[in-house]
Unconditional design. Structure first.
Lengths: 127, 340, 540
């Protein structure tokens, strides 16, 4: 008794499942790293530098939320000693006002679902 | 134990140093491609190797009451007599580790009150089952979550599991329970190997090696997500490059990422040549995947030799006289001796 | 025979694990640690390969010159024949779940008696010759090259495993040490290594039809004598049909039941029961062995000894075969017989109970029914007039024999029967019964005197559980459906729970069976006074 059918079915199932990303990759268009629209005024500086913001923005936002809502402190002092008003709406979104082109692009492709918008109102022009 | 740790540490260090020195494409392109090819080819080769030998006898382990008389309740899950029943038994075995769930612990009480002397007592022992289950499921979910890097668009179910996994919304980026639990479960399996004198006695290099490797993988992953950080937009672009067979430059990605990839690659390439093949092997196990209907259905053995035994005529030839004296029926009557 | 330590001493004398790794420590061949080797003439007579004289305690085992080549080739051959072997060599993760499931390990605390290490002895050789990493890394990853000491080690531990399959129940991948032990024994036979206690019955069975070497006329004589005893007890002489053609049923039981106390009472039970049912059956002096010691040597030997059953059913024109109480006999019948010697002769039919009309669909292919199934069906249909109070002197417990439990699933049928023939029945602790049952400690051909202490050790889990119900409920009788058990459990019970006796199921059935027209019964099958006799006398 060799159970040929079952063995072959097993081998095929194993191969199909394990190589599925490659097949899907073939069938879809070649992947491009998302290009984001940063902000209009190139001279303006963000609260921290780009590298920091890229890596740590989620953590910073989390800290801001805790400081503002739980401690009632609305002042953030950055690495250079400059002070900022802790506010998503009035500080961040003032410059980064294109939600779809700025936030959403990376979040979508990396399947990140921030829960900012369970409390905050989504910036207009996006749904 | 230490040797295997050393090997894993060496792999990690080489990958980290290599990537730092600009050899990212070696650890990020060549190694993963080779590893995946070895993994796929190796596991298939292993399955074919097993399948080349027949299953000469039907030897299911009956884990409960057989199917016999209509009014006797059969243990349908543990002693199935149909194909569908076997499928159910295998599902229990593969997804819930049914056999391991049976585990118990025997302890000698030298002065048992009832026995008035020594008595072996059996305690339920589910720790191994709990952590084994935890380990395998967490590992699977962690791997599954990574499909957000392997596919574009990301399948909805990946998002669903991420949502569940990060349900408690601890920190940012959200803490994924499976990552932490995977690390804990591997740690438990490792400590158990070291602390339990019996298991320690039987443990070999290749028992510790995958544990260290997986610890390294989980550790470097956790590290990248929560501590050292890496630009995942770049990472996704990089991985999609691999998936779509046009790799892009490794520039701008943290060396820890290449360490992570190197460890995963080693695990994949090691897989088909090690005990890790139990993943495929469990499906082949003849004590589990055969129906307990061995008296109802004939199982064929391809190398069944010719029958060769003492036949009745030979037997009667040997004992005819004595049999006749004892009044036993004979096929060939005793020849009357001359003169009678 | 050396004097046995007390149970307390035995438990306390289990050594700690050795300090060396298992690669370095070797088993000690001392009197009592090994079974006597098979004799050269026996091996020659059975055409076994490389028969020779040897002594396990000696340094030189007189192996054939090219023993290494023979063993390596044989191993390769078995790998090609058994998918299970390849698989079990490859997929063990050494989780250790099997360790304290083995009665030999529990009793000896010898690490190599942990099922995982028992298999690892062979697996280490496999690694060296069949895996890439083993070839490169050698000892680092537990690969060894076959040497003389390893042959000895394999012999030592292959005969400290009773193939009871308890470990396979707990293994997450179903790795079955019984399969490995069977194959290791087969390999050892290739270089002429076997044990007397197995090969002698094998020789007997292939020459006379049964393990004990009872010749046809003696077989008849013994059975007639037992029938006489039945007459003394029941008042009716049961018929004893031998080698008769044209009966519906061929009855085959282990020859131990014809020959050895307390099996003979079970045999008397068969005779009384069949006579009461007026069953259309015959015994056979040719197929006078249900058991199969061949299954403890090689698969082919098992096939050879088993072949007589269908051959005799064909010759005598029987429609189906009823099988007596025996453990490994039923392992062979349930899982191997049809494969070995089937398909069944053309005229045989799916078994139907002539008394109740029940069709045994579960035996449709093998056409063999277990006596416990047959009896349970009779009782369910009310075909037996039973007086369980005749067994009131007994407080019973049920020992699930390993083979019917884990290679057949025969658990509730015998319990159903037992509960109808005795009034007092108590189960042993739940982790020691049913599919979790512990072996008697001496199955698979290890029921020999020279390893008595080892048997008491390996029987410790069963002995402890028995003592528990003895002390707690006053159990004085352990019942089972296995002829090897009936031989091995009396000394075991005598050691761990003195006062408990052992019997087969059908003995108790026949005790309780009120036969048509029988005079008032005063004795049980052991010719002991029935209980309640005094009360009845007073009542009269």
């Amino acid at each position: 008794m060799y159970n040929k059918t079952a063995v072959i079915a097993g081998i095929v199932a194993f191969l199909v499942i394990c190589s599925s990303p490659f097949w899907c990759g073939f069938s879809s268009d070649s992947y491009k790293k998302p290009e984001i629209v940063t902000q209009k005024d190139k001279n303006k500086e963000c609260v921290e530098d780009v590298a920091f913001m890229r890596a740590e923005h989620m953590q910073l936002l989390n800290e801001w939320r805790d400081q503002a809502l739980r401690n009632g402190s609305r002042v953030y002092v950055n690495a250079k000693g400059k002070k900022f008003d802790i506010s998503l709406q009035n500080t961040c979104l003032k410059c980064h006002n294109n939600y779809e082109e700025f936030c959403d692009k990376c979040h979508k492709t990396n399947n990140v679902e921030p829960y900012c918008w369970t409390c905050h109102i989504l910036p207009k022009g996006s749904k | 134990m230490l040797k295997s740790l050393l090997v894993v540490a060496l792999v990690a260090a080489i990958a980290w140093l290599g990537a730092s020195a600009g050899l990212g494409s070696l650890f990020g392109v060549v190694l993963p491609y080779v590893a995946i090819a070895v993994f796929l080819g190796g596991v298939v080769w292993r399955m074919v190797y097993w399948a080349k030998s027949p299953v000469p006898f039907a030897i299911p382990t009956t884990g409960g009451q057989e199917k016999s008389l209509d009014w006797i309740k059969q243990a349908k899950w543990d002693c199935p007599d149909t194909k569908w029943g076997v499928v159910k038994r295998m599902i229990l075995e593969v997804f819930l580790f049914r056999s391991l769930f049976r585990n118990m612990h025997a302890e000698m009480k030298p002065n048992d009150a009832v026995n008035g002397g020594p008595r072996l007592v059996y305690y339920s022992s589910k720790w191994l089952w709990v952590f084994a289950l935890l380990f395998h499921y967490c590992f699977f979910l962690v791997f599954f979550r990574h499909f957000r890097f392997f596919m574009e668009p990301v399948p909805a179910c990946v998002g669903f599991f991420e949502m569940l996994d990060g349900m408690f919304q601890i920190g940012a980026p959200r803490f994924y329970m499976t990552g932490g639990l995977l690390f804990c479960a591997v740690l438990f399996l490792l400590l158990r190997r070291l602390a339990n004198p019996r298991v320690r006695y039987i443990s070999l290099f290749q028992d510790y090696f995958p544990l260290w490797l997986i610890m390294g993988i989980a550790g470097s992953g956790i590290c990248m997500r929560y501590f050292t950080k890496t630009d995942i937009t770049q990472v996704k672009a990089y991985i999609m490059g691999l998936v779509q067979f046009h790799p892009i430059s490794a520039a701008g990605i943290d060396p820890v990422f290449f360490m992570h990839v190197a460890l995963v690659s080693v695990l994949l390439a090691y897989f088909p040549f090690s005990k890790l093949t139990h993943m495929a092997g469990v499906f082949f196990s003849p004590t589990r995947n055969l129906p307990c209907d061995t008296r109802r259905t004939r199982h064929e053995n391809p190398w069944n030799p010719e029958k060769n035994f003492l036949t009745y005529p030979e037997y009667e030839d040997m004992y005819r006289e004595a049999m006749a004296d004892a009044g036993l029926p004979l096929d060939k009557p005793l020849e009357k001796k001359s003169g009678e | 025979m050396a004097k046995l330590p007390t149970p307390e001493e035995l438990v306390a004398s289990r050594p700690e694990f050795p300090a060396q790794s298992w690669f370095d420590y070797k088993p000690k061949f001392e009197a009592g640690s090994y079974c006597y080797p098979a004799q050269k003439p026996t091996m020659e007579l059975m055409h076994m390969p490389n028969p020779h004289d040897w002594d396990p305690a000696a340094d030189d085992w007189n192996l054939p010159e090219n023993w290494k080549e023979i063993l390596c080739d044989a191993f390769a051959d078995r790998l090609a024949k058994h998918r299970s072997l390849k698989l079990f060599m490859d997929i063990c993760v050494r989780c250790g779940a099997c360790a304290d499931k083995c009665h030999f390990f529990l009793g000896t605390n010898d690490p190599k008696n942990m099922p995982v290490l028992r298999v690892e002895l062979l697996r280490s050789l496999y690694r060296r010759d069949y895996t890439l990493l083993g070839k490169i890394l050698g000892k680092t990853i537990g690969a060894r090259e076959l040497d003389y000491d390893i042959v000895k080690e394999l012999f030592f531990y292959a005969y400290q495993c009773t193939e009871c399959r308890r470990c396979s129940l707990f293994c997450p991948y179903g790795i079955d040490t019984a399969e490995i032990t069977a194959i290791v024994r087969e390999l050892l036979h290739e270089v002429g290594l076997g044990i007397h206690w197995i090969m002698d019955p094998v020789k007997n069975c292939s020459l006379t039809g049964n393990h004990l070497g009872i010749k046809p006329h003696s077989y008849k004589e013994i059975v007639e004598m037992l029938a006489d005893d039945c007459e003394d007890i029941v008042g009716i002489r049961p018929k004893t049909p031998f080698n008769e053609r044209g009966h519906e049923i061929l009855f085959i039981c282990p020859s131990g039941d014809v020959f050895a106390d307390p099996g003979i009472y079970t045999f008397m039970g068969y005779l009384i029961l069949f006579n009461e049912l007026d069953l259309d059956y015959t015994l056979s002096t040719y197929a006078s062995e249900g058991g199969n010691f061949g299954s403890f040597t090689t698969f082919n030997m098992a096939k050879k000894l088993n072949a007589k059953m269908y051959a005799e059913a064909e010759r005598l024109g029987c429609k189906w075969i009823l099988g007596g109480e025996c453990g490994h006999m039923w392992r062979v019948i349930n899982q191997y017989m049809d494969t070995y010697n089937g398909p069944t002769p053309a005229h045989m039919q799916t078994p139907v109970s002539p008394i109740t009309g029940t069709v045994f669909e579960n035996a449709a292919s093998t056409k063999m029914v277990h006596i416990a199934e047959f009896e349970a069906d009779l009782i369910k249909h009310g075909k037996l007039n039973l007086d369980p109070s005749r067994n009131d002197d007994l407080v019973c417990t049920w020992h699930d024999s390993c083979n019917p439990a884990r290679a057949m699933g025969l658990l509730d049928e015998p319990r159903y029967v037992l509960k109808h023939v005795v009034n007092k029945f108590y189960e042993m602790p739940e982790n020691t019964i049913r599919e979790n049952t512990f072996c008697c400690g001496a199955g698979s051909g290890l029921n020999t005197e020279e390893i008595m202490e080892l048997r008491m050790r390996s029987g410790m889990p069963r002995g402890n559980a028995l003592r528990y119900v003895q002390q707690k409920y006053g159990v004085n009788r352990m019942c089972c459906v296995c002829a090897i058990d009936r031989a091995t459990l009396p000394p075991l019970a005598n050691y761990w729970a003195p006062g408990v006796t052992v019997s087969g199921l059908t003995e108790l059935v026949a005790n309780a069976l009120v036969c048509k027209g029988e005079p008032k019964r005063t004795m049980n099958l052991r010719q002991e006074d029935l209980p309640h006799l005094d009360e009845e006398e007073q009542g009269e």
